[in-house]
Write a protein that binds this ligand. Sequence first.
Ligand code: NAP
Length: 337
Amino acid sequence: MRVLVLGGTVFLSRATAAHAAARGHEVTCAARGSSGEPPAGTTFVRVDRDAPDGLAPLAGREFDAVIDVARKPTQVRHAVAALAEGVKHWTFVSTISVYTDQATPGQNVRTALVHEPLAAEADAAAEADMENYGPAKISCEQAVTDALGDRAAVLRAGLIVGPGDPSDRFTYWPLRLARGGEVLAPGSPEEAVQMVDVRDLAAWIVRCAEEGVVGTFDATSPAFPRAEMLARVGAGVGVEPELTWVDQDFLAAQQVNEWSGPRSLPLWVPLPQYAGHLSHDVSSALAAGLVLRDLEETARDTLAWARETGRDQQPLRAGLTVAEESEVLAAWRSRPA
Ligand SMILES: NC(=O)c1ccc[n+]([C@@H]2O[C@H](COP(=O)([O-])OP(=O)(O)OC[C@H]3O[C@@H](n4cnc5c(N)ncnc54)[C@H](OP(=O)(O)O)[C@@H]3O)[C@@H](O)[C@H]2O)c1
C-alpha cells in the first residue's frame, strides 16, 4: 500500500511509519521535521499544516491509506479536503480524553458520552489549553468521519507508553523500580490502570489500514490493578519492588501532582473524579485486532531505551526526583497516628 503518515517524526506516528515500512508498504511521512527524524525506509515530505496551503507539497501524490494524529481541527479539515478523495482508508488517532464522564469505570465506546466539538475557529485554543484537548479531538474526529464515512477508523488512545515516549509518564516507573530501594506507590493497590505500548498501537493502526477496519474504538489495554502494574514492571526490569503505599489525601497534602509533570506520580489519578479514566471497556478493540504485548516487555524495552538515550541521566518530565520521593516517604513515616 502507499501509506501517508501525517506526522512520523515523533513517538506514535513515527512508530506507525516504521511499522508500516517494515511491513513492506511504501510510506511517506509529512511533517515540519521539527520534532525529529522520520524512520529509515520512508520518504519525507516537509509540510507545515499551520499554513493555509501547507499541504501543497503533497499535491499530485496518491495514497491508499492515510494516518493522522493531529490535535487541531483546522489541520484535519484541510487534510481531508486535500487528500480524502481516492483514499481507501483513513485512520485518525484520537484520545480517551474525548469523554465527558471521567468518573464512571467500565464505560464503552458505544455508550460513553463525548464532549461537544470545539468551535471551528478555536484552533489556537486547542493548543493553548488542555481543557480544549478533548473537544478539539472530537472536532477532528467529526471532520474525518464526515469526509470519509465508512472508510475511517477512529482510534481513541489511552496512555501510550514505551520506547520513545517524550512525556515520561510511564518511563518513570521502569527507571524508578530499576533503581531499587523503598518505592513510593501512589493511592491503593487495587486502583485500575490501563495503557498501550506504542508499538502495539502502531501495529494495530497499520493492520486497520491493511484489513479495512473501520469504526470508532478505544485503543488501550484492559484495566488491571496498579499493584499488578508495579509487580510486572518490576519483573520486566529484574527487581521485586519494595513498595510503600501512600494514600491520595496524604500525597495531595504533600503537593504531589497526579498523572504528569514535575513532582508527580504518573499513572495515578485522583478518585473518585477520575475513576473511569483508566478503566475503559476495550473489548471491541481487542475483537477488531488490537494485540497487546506483555507489560514486562514494555518495561524492559523502555528501560533499555531510556538508558541508551541518556534519558535516565536527565531530569524526567514526570515523576518525583530522588529527593522528593525521600522527603514524602519520611513525612509518611512520621505522620501522626
Ligand atoms: N501520548 C499519549 O499518551 C496519548 C494518549 C492519548 C492519545 N494520544 C494521541 O496520540 C497521538 C500521538 O501522536 P505522536 O506520538 O505522533 O505525537 P504528536 O506530538 O501528536 O505528533 C505530532 C506529529 O505531527 C507533526 N506536526 C505537528 N505540527 C505540525 C504542523 N504544523 N505541520 C506539520 N506537521 C506537524 C509533528 O512533526 P513536526 O513537529 O516534525 O512537524 C509530529 O510528527 C496524538 O494524536 C495524541 O492526541 C496520545
